[in-house]
Design a protein around this ligand. Structure first.
Ligand SMILES: Cc1cc2nc3c(=O)[nH]c(=O)nc-3n(C[C@H](O)[C@H](O)[C@H](O)COP(=O)(O)OP(=O)(O)OC[C@H]3O[C@@H](n4cnc5c(N)ncnc54)[C@H](O)[C@@H]3O)c2cc1C
Length: 364
């Protein structure tokens, strides 16, 4: 399905639409996300995809680092593929706030005119991209799972639509920049190359008082929150796990491997485990080094969220289960036998100081 984004008719706030020369828009800009000077992985993943698209367009890959003391983030952005990084460093930008951050982004878009802008589809990225889109006469495609460009320099932004039952490809043909958010884990970061060079440009935009209308009093981190997208090892369970007790078995294996527990939607909907653990189309998209799928059949809506894992081990009592088609290693058996046996085997090997490596030599 192909749709065209209907542009907002609100004023640009910067220049009347009729006077804008859209051909002046060049370059692909990735808005980096960081906290306390540490970039979120999604920033590097977007740079990886941005590099591919920018090369196809024959244009520069740009990045924008907003915050306080973010020079290191900017340097790393170059190592991860950016040609030029704009840095807006200000004490008032130390913590994310919608208005000052969106103000800075709008200034950069106005001054440097990128033809495409990408944000992470995180809580912050969604908020920021949405706030910017209300000030620009252009479209924003949220939560994309695939991005392509064509010979007319149009961005084809694909995302699930209609209750996630179809994929829609959305184009913004008449306005620039073309903007999209993409979920963490969907795209792959390039290998960090510390020999890469690029340009870092500081853009000291003044922040007027009227954009500083909110104050952050306290930042409270949810320590129970699981970060599936950043995990190197995920031990996931589905209907075959049979209940919350089954997930305790998976948790023991995850603890031994230093990983976290994931789940299929069936397990989440049954109330055996919370939604933040869900992997798949309506959950998280993950790419750990090791994904163990226990009692999960391998429905397409689950597979799209985990198929890019480096190594996949499937444990299923049904030898015909589709999950075996995406797994590098398959164990046909009852997970209630296999999981405790694996837990003990891994525990013993780690206790002997042995590294766990897949046959390709990857350390997991
Ligand atoms: C719009 C939409 C969005 C969706 N989004 C998601 C999503 O984000 N994530 C997601 O996971 N699903 C999603 N689904 C649901 C998806 O279609 C499947 O229904 C779901 O993934 C199936 O979960 P499951 O594999 O746990 O269960 P089942 O398909 O029932 O599979 C259970 C498996 O466990 C095996 N098994 C049973 N007992 C044992 C045992 N003792 N030992 C070993 N193996 C055993 C069985 O052989 C079977 O293969 C979505 C569906 C729709 C329509």
């Amino acid at each position: 399905m192909q749709m065209e984004a209907r542009p907002q008719k609100k004023a640009v706030g910067l220049q009347p639409e009729s006077e804008v020369d859209w051909r002046a828009y060049q370059g692909l800009l990735v808005v980096l996300e960081q906290r306390d000077g540490v970039a979120k992985n999604v920033s590097w993943q977007l740079l990886g995809e941005g590099r591919r698209l920018a090369d196809q367009l024959g244009t520069e890959l740009l990045a924008l680092a907003i915050g306080h003391h973010v020079d290191d983030v900017a340097r790393q952005a170059i190592y991860y593929g950016a040609d030029r990084v704009y840095v807006c460093d200000h004490l008032e930008l130390e913590q994310y706030r919608t208005r000052p951050y969106s103000r800075v982004c709008l200034e950069v878009i106005h001054d440097f005119k990128p033809e495409i802008v990408l944000f992470g589809a995180t809580y912050t990225g969604r908020d920021l991209a949405g706030a910017i889109a209300t000030h620009l006469p252009t479209g924003l495609t949220a939560d994309c799972t695939q991005l392509e460009v064509d010979e007319d320099r149009l961005l084809h932004a694909t995302r699930p639509a209609f209750s996630e039952k179809q994929m829609a490809t959305i184009l913004c043909k008449q306005f620039k920049p073309q903007m999209a958010t993409a979920r963490p884990g969907v795209f792959k970061a390039l290998a960090k190359d510390e020999t890469r060079t690029g340009e870092i440009i500081h853009v000291p935009y003044p922040l007027e008082n009227q954009v500083m209308n909110a104050q952050v009093l306290q930042f409270v981190e949810d320590t129970n929150r699981i970060d599936l997208e950043a995990a190197d090892v995920i031990v996931a369970g589905g209907r075959g796990v049979g209940g919350p007790e089954g997930f305790q078995l998976l948790q023991k294996l995850a603890d031994v491997l230093g990983g976290v527990v994931g789940a299929s939607r069936v397990a989440v909907e049954a109330g055996w485990i919370d939604h933040p653990h869900q992997v798949g189309q309506t959950g998280s998209t993950v790419r750990p080094k090791l994904y163990i799928a226990a009692g999960i059949s391998g429905a397409i809506q689950h597979v799209v969220g985990m198929q890019n894992s480096e190594s996949i081990i499937a444990i299923n009592s049904d030898p015909e289960a589709p999950i075996f088609q995406v797994a590098q290693y398959g164990i046909v058996g009852d997970l209630f036998d296999v999981i405790p046996a694996l837990t003990e085997a891994f525990r013993a090997r780690l206790a002997r100081g042995e590294e766990l490596t897949a046959s390709g030599g990857r350390t997991v």
